[in-house]
Design a protein around this ligand. Structure first.
Ligand code: ADP
Ligand code: MG
Length: 505
C-alpha cells in the first residue's frame, strides 16, 4: 500500500480548520452482563476467562431466550451521565440496530437510538499548555458489546488473507456506554492534544465512579476519532473520517494529527475526502481505509420489543447525583495544591494520563515529589522506548516500594533504575528483585573501608594531596571505590569514609 502524502502540520493549519468529534465506548465493570446473568469479562474478576465460558443463551441469541436489563448497569450509566454534566432522560428506551456480524449472534445489537439515557452535557478539559476547553457532549447511550473475532492464518491478523476465524462470545453482551461529543471547534493546532486529554478525562471520570476498569489496552475504553477539515472561512463542515478503536492515549493524539495532515494533502491537491472508517496502525503511525460509512446507513432501528423503557425515578437520580465523586477538573486543582507542584509539573502529570497512578503511589506511601519523579522520568522513558503507555508498565504499589527503598538508602537512584527495569520485565516486586539480583547498597562500613584502604594504597599521590587539604582530589578514590563496589554504594558515605581514612593515620 502506497504511503499517503502528508502535508506539514503547521501548513495544514494555515489552510484548514480542523473539526473533531469523539466517540468513546466505556465497558462497565458490572458483575453480570447488560441483559443476562452471564459473568461480565469487563469486570476484573473474570477477564482471564477462557473463550466462550462466560455465556448464557441470551449472549448467543438462542431461541426463546429473553433479555433482562441489568440494574447495576443502569445506575452506572446514570452516574456517568451525571458526571458528564448531562440531563438524564425521564424515559429512555432500547432499540435494535440490525446488521449481520458473526460476533453478534442475534443479528442485531441492542442499543439506544433516539432516546438515550443521557444527553446535553459538557466536560471540562485542560491541556498541557493550560488551555481549558468545555467539550460539548451530545449524548451517552447504553448498548451491548459484540463478541470477539480472531482471524487466524494471515500475516496481518485481519480477515483479509486469513484461513479461518475463531469466535469468542464472552464479550457479547458486555454493558457499554457510548459517549458522543458534538463537533468540537476552535481547538486548532491543539486538536490532537485535546482528543487525547478528553479521553484521559473520561477515563478519570469512569475510574472515580468505579464503574469501569477503564484500561485502554484491554479495550475497556475505546475511542473512535472523527476528523474533518474545512477551508478557512468556510461555514459548511468538511467530510469526516472516523478512525476506529485507537487503543492508547498516545495513539489518539497521533491518529488525529495524522488524519489532519493526510486530509490536508488531499484537499490542497484538489481531491475530496471519502466518508469512511479508517484503521489506525500503531507500528507505522498511519491510518488506512476501512469501510465507507454514510450518515444515511440504515440499520433498520426499531424499539426493542422485549424490553420496557427505562424510567428512573427522580429519587434514584438525586441519590446518584449526591453520591458523585469530585469532578476530575476540581480534583486536579485540589491534588495540585496538596502536592505542591508547579503548573508545569502538574500539567505533565495530568496530561500524561498518570494522575491516578501518581495519586495511588502517594497513597501507598511515596512523597509526591518521588512519585512524580519516577512516573514522569524513568517510567515515562521506558514506556516511550517500548512504545507503550506508562500506566501499563508498573503498578503504583511497586513504584511506592521502589521510592521507599531509595528513601531508606537501600538503593541509589542508579540501582533503583536497574530494579525498575526488572519490575517492568516482570521479575517481581522491587524488594524481590533487590534480593534476587543482590542490588542493595553496601551499607556495611567494614566492606567499604576495605575497598577504600585498597584504593588509597594504590593511589599514594592522591592520599598525599588529601592530607595536604586538597579534598577535591578524593574524587579519584571515590570513583575507584564505587567501581569496586559495582555501583552498590552510597557515594556520599564513601566520600565521608575516604576523608576519614585518609586523614586518620
Ligand atoms: P456514527 O454513527 O458515524 O458513529 P455518531 O453520531 O455516533 O455517528 O458520531 C459521529 C461523531 O462525529 C460525533 O462525535 C460528531 O460530533 C462527529 N462529527 C460529525 N460530523 C463531523 C464533521 N464533519 N467533522 C468532525 N466530526 C464530526
Ligand atoms: Mg457512533
Amino acid at each position: 500500500m502506497a504511503r499517503a502524502a502528508l502535508m506539514d502540520f503547521d501548513k495544514a493549519l494555515e489552510l484548514f480548520e480542523p473539526v473533531i468529534g469523539l466517540e468513546v465506548h466505556v465497558e462497565l465493570n458490572t458483575t453480570t452482563k447488560m441483559f443476562s446473568s452471564a459473568p461480565n469479562p469487563a469486570n476484573s474478576a473474570f477477564h482471564d476467562a477462557a473463550p466462550n465460558t462466560l455465556i448464557t443463551p441470551v449472549c448467543l441469541g438462542l431461541p426463546g431466550s429473553l433479555p433482562v436489563v441489568n440494574e447495576q448497569a443502569i445506575r452506572s450509566s446514570i452516574s456517568l451521565g451525571l458526571a458528564l454534566g448531562c440531563e438524564i432522560a425521564a424515559s429512555s428506551r432500547f432499540a435494535r440496530k440490525n446488521y449481520f456480524y458473526p460476533d453478534l449472534a442475534k443479528n442485531y445489537q441492542i442499543s439506544q437510538y433516539d432516546e438515550p439515557i443521557a444527553f446535553d452535557g459538557e466536560v471540562e478539559v485542560e491541556l498541557e499548555n493550560g488551555r481549558v476547553f468545555q467539550v460539548p457532549i451530545e449524548r451517552a447511550h447504553m448498548e451491548e458489546d459484540a463478541g470477539k473475532l480472531t482471524h487466524v492464518g494471515g500475516s496481518t491478523g485481519r480477515i483479509q488473507g486469513a484461513e479461518y476465524s475463531l469466535v469468542d462470545y464472552n464479550r457479547a453482551g458486555v454493558p457499554l456506554v457510548e459517549i458522543v461529543t458534538r463537533p468540537i471547534f476552535g481547538a486548532e493546532a491543539d486538536a490532537p492534544a485535546l482528543a487525547r486529554a478528553y479521553v484521559s478525562i473520561i477515563r478519570d471520570i469512569a475510574l472515580s465512579l468505579g464503574i469501569s476498569e477503564a484500561r485502554m489496552e484491554r479495550g475497556n475504553l475505546r475511542c473512535d476519532a472523527n476528523v474533518s477539515l474545512r477551508p478557512r472561512g468556510q461555514e459548511k463542515l468538511g467530510t469526516r473520517t472516523e478512525t476506529k478503536n485507537v487503543n492508547s492515549f498516545r495513539s489518539i493524539e497521533r491518529a488525529v494529527r495524522y488524519e489532519i495532515q493526510r486530509q490536508a494533502a488531499i484537499l490542497a491537491d484538489g481531491g475530496s475526502i471519502t466518508q469512511e472508517t479508517r484503521h489506525w496502525h500503531e507500528d507505522t503511525g498511519t491510518t488506512s481505509a476501512g469501510r465507507p460509512k454514510s450518515d444515511a446507513d440504515d440499520y433498520r432501528y426499531f424499539p426493542e420489543p422485549d424490553l420496557l423503557p427505562v424510567v428512573p425515578s427522580a429519587e434514584l437520580i438525586e441519590e446518584l447525583r449526591a453520591a458523585l465523586p469530585e469532578a476530575p477538573a476540581a480534583r486536579r486543582r485540589r491534588l495540585k495544591a496538596e502536592w505542591g507542584f508547579t503548573d508545569d509539573e502538574f500539567q505533565i502529570v495530568a496530561n500524561s494520563g498518570m494522575l491516578n497512578e501518581l495519586a495511588e503511589t502517594v497513597a501507598a506511601g511515596a512523597t509526591p515529589a518521588a512519585a512524580r519523579k519516577w512516573w514522569t522520568g524513568e517510567i515515562a522513558r521506558l514506556a516511550n522506548a517500548a512504545d507503550r503507555d506508562a500506566t501499563t508498565l508498573v503498578s503504583p504499589t511497586h513504584v511506592a516500594e521502589l521510592a521507599a527503598l531509595v528513601e531508606a538508602g537501600t538503593l541509589t537512584d542508579r540501582l533503583a533504575r536497574q530494579v525498575l527495569e526488572g519490575v517492568v520485565a516482570g521479575e517481581g516486586s522491587p524488594q524481590q528483585i533487590v534480593d534476587a539480583r543482590g542490588l542493595a547498597v553496601v551499607s556495611d562500613d567494614g566492606a567499604l573501608i576495605a575497598a577504600i584502604d585498597q584504593a588509597l594504597a594504590s593511589q599514594p599521590d592522591v592520599l598525599e594531596k588529601i592530607r595536604y587539604g586538597k579534598v577535591q582530589a578524593a574524587g579519584a578514590v571515590i570513583g575507584a571505590v564505587m567501581k569496586a563496589m559495582q555501583g552498590k554504594a552510597d557515594a556520599a558515605r564513601v566520600r565521608e569514609l575516604v576523608l576519614e581514612r585518609a586523614t586518620a593515620e
